[in-house]
Design a protein around this ligand. Structure first.
Ligand code: 26W
Length: 785
């Protein structure tokens, strides 16, 4: 494709799609036309890749979440035409950034788990791995967030409002999904996942639920309009929103329907392709297909496969179960026991009674095996798949799956030694670790073109974009003043860009010459944004007491969404905003401290925040964060980690050196030891500065709008035992911040710390992770066009 052809294609598309000429086109129209023109250019490679992969063993990623973010910029980079297209648009008087910014994020996920799926898709395409993603095409992704009067306010996410030029609806590959009360269509929308530096284009297939019939003609004719479209709405409800509120039975049924639609459609799709090749289902089904269950959400895929093989394909239960054992593997993303999914069997029975029978049969056979192996009573109880009238999805996945993996070394160890100890004893060979990763294309090459150019200049070529371990070769320049200066002036430039964006979007002025301390992640008590807030408030009080206090000018940035039903998380949002309000408006501290809670944190915002961070805040209670991946994004962009020894932080510090990061707080063993003896009141009583900030929750310093939310936060710490050890870690947090301030004074030493973080981030490429899955779990070969 050359420039002239692309230009003609854009003009043609605008003409037929919008009935106008390019000079009159709106930004979103240009975005759509450009995207469609680019898509046209990769369709042949895409189809060829699909055919190539179909010849051998394939892997499938089953995930309820894909937090894709924007497609255009990323695809331009993967296609290697970003600069060319930017120039073309410039010639046409169009600013490429404006066109990129008009695109809505595809926010079909909540947080790390969803973003990991997206990074894996990108890496599999680039690493030429035959991996197909299956998911759901939610009409509304993760809600949009606003802050009003300090409170989080949610609004629907209409990511499809301008259309979705990067998806192709494949009507002819529709599947019909049967529920006890209705049948619906699952229509696939395919998104191309364009590999970088390869012609391979992989597929992400997202299913949309639709009614079999648009409306009931007779009812409509009888003027019963609502009733006529009732079934249509009920079908479409299934993929209407990501994570519908499941506080009621109705909500739970809807969630379960979503999960089933995802796996039923995907399994049928896999079987259909197998039969096109072999005529019938053979034992080779299990040898030629590997399914990765991204957490337990798609675990119903196991009984669904067995149901189809037994009821529709005439295999025996034994044969079907052994195919399932060969096909499935399971990734665990959380240690929080309460997050392990369980479904009431009455719900399963109501929607798909046959699936319940299959699960019961698996359970029955499993118990018989355990008994035969000499297990009894109590031990068996913990392994049971059905227990107390509930189906335990993790047990089903671990028992049937051929592999179980955690997402960071520490996490996998905790699974083996604690959370899933009994399973590890039963099936030691199934357990593996696969430390998470992030794609270097989006999280460096796209979001930080300035640093990317520097790296390319120093290393002599762009090979690092496909092999991030090459960053290690930068390390020898750590004493090269010219490289370090360039590195730090890029950091400054990214801070200026962020400051401008924050001014525009949040209306707050922040100083790019201040230290940017950034905490971006879902809002959750275990992630301890509240601890960070307490620290900031304490710092503010100290600065007020001593205006000469020797600290650098500092800006604390938060980005986080609180789950709409998670009251305490929302209370923390309000508390942070109250602090921001107090601190930012106090003229007496001369702007020494600024606090910003950015609204609507999402993938595209993260792309602006990560390159601008001086400090990466990763402060979860030790043992609670399975891995974290934001930590890797900030590290890659040259920010030292301020964190606990939790999740992947442990590996980050191992790679870049403890001396180049700021580690604080209790470790997993300390917490185990402290255990039941932990009394938060001891810390509170003995530490006046801690007491002062905790008391601010209840002593009238702040206004929670009469909601009682702050009192509830207070109680969570002092009445309910401070489950996440905020009070125990406060002092260590504070002392460690002092070390940051001290280190920040020496500009050269500071630059080295930042630089060494970038140099040592290579291992956290999701290319490395996905290759490990391919080789050690799926046993699929790389194949290139
Ligand atoms: C069942 C409802 C549900 C759905 C999603 C509960 C919890 C979730 C989370 C948002 C799951 C999640 O994002 N987990 C994160 O997964 C990342 C990728 O492995 C890890 O890096 C994070 O540590 C983990 O919190």
């Amino acid at each position: 494709m050359n420039k002239e052809e692309l230009k003609l294609s854009i003009e043609r598309t605008i003409k037929v799609k919008y009935g106008k000429t390019l000079d009159k086109a709106l930004d979103y129209e240009i975005f759509n036309a450009l995207s469609l023109s680019l898509l046209e250019n990769i369709v042949d490679d895409w189809n060829e890749t699909t055919e190539l992969y179909a010849k051998g063993k394939q892997a499938y990623y089953f995930s309820a979440e894909y937090l894709m973010g924007r497609a255009l910029g990323n695809n331009l980079i993967s296609m290697g035409v970003y600069d060319e297209v930017r120039e073309l648009l410039e010639e046409l008087n169009i600013n490429i950034n404006k066109i990129e910014e008009i695109e809505e994020d595809a926010g079909l996920g909540n947080g790390g788990l969803g973003r990991l799926s997206a990074c894996f898709m990108d890496s599999a395409a680039t690493m030429e791995i035959p991996l197909i993603g299956y998911g759901l095409r939610y009409n509304n992704g993760l809600f949009n967030q606003y802050v009003e009067d300090g409170f989080q306010v949610e609004d629907g996410d209409y990511w499809l409002k301008y259309g979705d030029p990067w998806s192709i609806r494949k009507e002819s590959e529709t599947q019909v999904i049967h529920f006890e009360d209705m049948d619906v269509k699952a229509v696939p929308y395919d998104m191309p996942i364009i590999g970088y530096g390869t012609r391979n284009v992989n597929t992400l297939r997202l299913w949309k639920a639709e009614p079999l019939k648009e409306f009931d003609f007779k009812l409509f004719n009888d003027q019963k309009y609502d009733e006529a479209i009732r079934l249509k709405n009920r079908a479409e409800d299934i993929t209407r929103v990501l994570y519908p509120n499941d506080s009621t039975e109705e909500g739970k049924l809807l969630r379960l329907k979503q999960q089933y639609l995802l796996v039923s459609a995907s399994i049928k799709d896999i079987i259909k392709k197998h039969k096109e090749k072999f005529g019938t289902v053979t034992k080779r089904l299990g040898e030629l297909n590997a399914v990765q269950l991204n957490d337990t959400h798609p675990t119903l895929g196991i009984p669904e496969l067995i149901r189809i093989l037994v009821d529709e394909e005439g295999l025996t239960f034994d044969e079907s179960l052994s195919i399932a054992k060969c096909m499935f593997s399971y990734t665990n993303h959380t240690i929080l026991a309460e997050a392990l999914e369980k479904w009431d069997i009455t719900l399963i029975k109501e929607l798909f009674p046959r699936i319940l029978e299959v699960i019961q049969e698996i359970d029955k056979r499993f118990i018989a095996e355990l008994k035969a192996a000499g297990y009894s009573g109590n031990a068996i109880k913990d392994y049971r798949i059905i227990y107390k009238k509930q189906a335990r999805m993790a047990n089903l996945a671990i028992h049937v799956g051929s592999a179980v993996n955690g997402v960071a070394k520490l996490h996998t160890d905790i699974l083996k030694e604690t959370e899933l100890k009994n399973w590890y004893e039963l099936y030691p060979e199934k357990f593996q670790n696969k430390t998470n990763g992030i794609t270097p294309r989006r999280w460096l090459r796209l979001c930080n073109p300035e640093l990317s150019s520097l790296i390319t200049e120093v290393l002599g070529n762009e090979d690092w974009v496909r092999d991030l371990s090459l960053l290690k070769n930068l390390e020898k320049y750590v004493n090269d003043k010219s490289v370090l200066n360039k590195f730090m002036s890029i950091k400054h430039k990214k801070k200026e860009q962020l400051a401008e964006y924050v001014k525009e979007n949040e209306g707050v002025t922040i100083d790019p010459d201040s230290l940017f301390d950034i905490q971006i992640k879902r809002l959750h008590e275990y992630k301890r944004q509240l601890l960070n807030a307490f620290y900031i408030l304490d710092l503010y009080y100290r600065v007020k007491e001593d205006s000469n206090m020797d600290i650098p000018k500092i800006t604390f940035l938060f980005g986080a969404k609180a789950f709409p039903g998670y009251k305490r998380a929302k209370a923390i949002v309000k508390f942070i905003n109250e602090i921001a309000n107090l601190v930012n408006n106090d003229k007496t501290i001369n702007g020494k401290i600024k606090v910003v809670f950015v609204q609507n944190y999402r993938v595209s915002y993260a792309e602006k925040l990560c390159p601008a961070a001086d400090i990466s805040k990763q402060i979860s209670t030790a043992g609670k964060e399975a891995s974290g991946t934001g930590n890797m994004k900030l590290m890659l962009n040259g920010a030292p980690t301020f964190g606990t020894l939790d999740g992947a932080n442990v590996e980050i510090v191992n790679e870049s050196g403890r001396e180049n990061n700021f580690i604080f707080g209790l470790e997993v063993e300390d917490i185990e030891e402290l255990g039941k003896n932990y009394n938060p009141k001891d810390y509170y009583e003995k530490n006046p500065s801690l007491k002062r900030v905790v008391d601010a929750l209840v002593d009238g310093t702040f206004d929670d709008g009469g909601s009682g939310d702050f009192e509830d936060l207070f109680d969570s710490l002092l009445e309910e035992g401070d489950q996440y050890y905020l009070l125990a870690d406060f002092q260590s947090f504070k002392e460690t911040e002092d070390k940051v301030f001290e280190a920040y004074k020496d500009k050269e030493e500071w630059a080295k710390k930042c630089f060494l973080n970038t140099c040592n981030a290579g291992i956290f490429s999701s290319d490395r992770t996905i290759l490990e899955y391919a080789r050690e779990i799926w046993m699929v070969e790389r194949k290139s066009l």
